[in-house]
Design a protein around this ligand. Structure first.
Ligand code: URA
Length: 447
């Protein structure tokens, strides 16, 4: 088999065979196929797409390209959650503890943030002492004892994805639906969970900008999950505004703690309950309504908050910061961005809000860049809110005073204020299962 023939076939719009995909993944991972040939194939896939069978096959080959986590020493149905990436997305810090408090083990491997999106590992590392690299046995022990543990992805999990993602990043082939689906699902399948809830973000801060694309990605990933015998559900959720108000690592941990204490932002709290309820449902904890009720109770009776503190303590973190936020490292400079005119907040260019936080020091432009855990933005408004000229739109936190001017301008450009109130988009658009696309259950029906 020759790589040039595989590239030629995809260039002409043909579906690749299972043997061809296997050949490509294994020979690219072991270094036999050079980057320039892999890049040519990626671009042909980006331009001509893949059939669902090809995408499923690519996913499985990538999932099997390295180690696979064996979670069998953890009792019960293990359910994972994955977000396709957004701004202010700290859901794992709330959803993991809720699900664990309801008796379902969560053994989570997470990644770091890059560009305008944040990563859960960075957020947790903003807690002094927190260890994200612990031996596998300790990871399993914490899941068995506490119910929730979170570590960095181990080096050899889906190495094909690691290489391919780096190549996609520099060859303008990240925005390919089959390649995104295969990339995400290969890691989830290799991570070993029995079932997976996918949070597919849609809007100005997400990879998927339209409902159609988000739905196609959700359906593709759910069907790959079924193929791999993992029960999957996807929620398509709003990323036309940052989630919650906080963007930036320790700022987001504080907002997650506030949420677990019952004083979190409404949108963020609701999304966490929906995601947690779907995880409990896949873990067979009851009907959807019963799972909603369980998730809500775990928040209300603070058992989820207790789980977070136990997990932080088990992984070496200083729990006292969770009850006294002044113990987090504090930014030296704060700056309040005010409304240039009166009116209603009509929209927020979410990606730009993420970039503004990155410029203040909260994120990385390049993989190796250091980050400042204390830096970021706390918004004061959301789309739909009325503001008067001179009222705060956001507070910026940084140790890089020279970055404030640029971040301020980005934020002012990102927030559109109009004369009249405009329609506010829903938080969750729909729920995609293997057999259906459903409207999302109305939470107001459960007490
Ligand atoms: N997240 C991933 O892990 N892979 C992609 O391709 C896109 C988002």
């Amino acid at each position: 088999m020759r790589m040039v023939d595989i590239i030629e076939s995809k260039k002409m719009g043909n579906a690749l065979t299972g043997e061809e995909i296997k050949f490509f993944v294994s020979k690219y991972t072991d270094g036999t196929i050079p980057d320039y040939q892999a890049a040519a194939l990626l671009m042909a896939i980006r331009l001509n797409g893949m059939t669902p069978e090809e995408t499923a096959c690519l996913t499985m080959e990538m999932a099997h390209s390295g180690e696979q986590s064996d979670l069998s020493s953890i009792e019960g149905i293990k359910v994972d959650k994955h977000s396709t990436g957004g701004v202010g997305d700290k859901t794992t810090l709330v959803v993991g503890p809720i699900v664990a408090a309801c008796g379902v083990p969560v053994a989570k491997m997470s990644g770091r943030g890059l560009g305008h999106t944040g990563g859960t590992l960075d957020k947790l590392e903003s807690i002094p002492g927190f260890q994200i690299s612990i031996p596998t046995k300790e990871f399993f022990d914490i899941v068995n004892e506490v119910g929730f543990s979170l570590i960095g992805q181990t080096g050899n999990l889906a190495p094909a994805d690691k290489k391919l993602y780096a190549l996609r990043d520099v060859t303008a082939t990240v925005d390919s639906l089959p390649l995104i689906a295969a990339s995400i699902m290969s890691k989830k399948i290799a991570s070993g969970a029995d079932a997976i809830v996918l949070d597919v973000k849609m809007g100005s801060g997400a990879f998927m900008k339209t409902r159609e694309d988000a739905r196609e990605l959700a359906q593709e990933m759910v069907s790959i999950g079924e193929h791999a015998k993992r029960n999957c559900v996807a929620l398509i959720t709003n990323m036309d505004r940052p989630l919650g108000y906080a963007i930036g690592n320790s700022l987001e941990v504080m907002e997650a703690v506030d949420t677990l204490q019952g004083r979190g932002p409404e949108d963020f709290t609701q999304l966490c309950i929906h995601l947690a309820a779907n995880m409990l449902f896949l873990a067979k904890k009851g009907t959807m309504e019963e799972c909603f009720a369980q998730a809500q109770t775990a928040l209300e009776n603070k058992s989820a908050y207790k789980k977070l503190t136990e997990m932080v303590a088990a992984q070496g973190g200083d729990c006292s910061v969770l009850s006294d936020f002044t113990k987090f490292p504090q930014a030296d400079h704060t700056y309040t961005v005010t409304a240039p005119r009166s009116g209603w907040v009509a929209s927020m260019e979410t990606q730009q809000c993420g970039v503004a936080a990155m410029i203040l020091g909260a994120g990385r432009a390049q993989k190796e860049d250091p980050i400042d855990y204390s830096a970021g933005i706390v918004l004061s408004v959301k789309p739909g809110d009325k503001v008067e000229k001179g009222e705060p739109l956001a507070v910026l936190y940084t140790n890089l005073p020279d970055s404030i001017g640029q971040a301020r301008q980005l934020l002012l450009d990102a927030i559109t204020i109009s004369d009249a109130p405009s329609e506010v988009k829903p938080l969750i658009y729909e729920r995609v299962t293997a057999s259906d696309i459903e409207p999302v259950l109305d939470l107001s029906s459960c007490s």
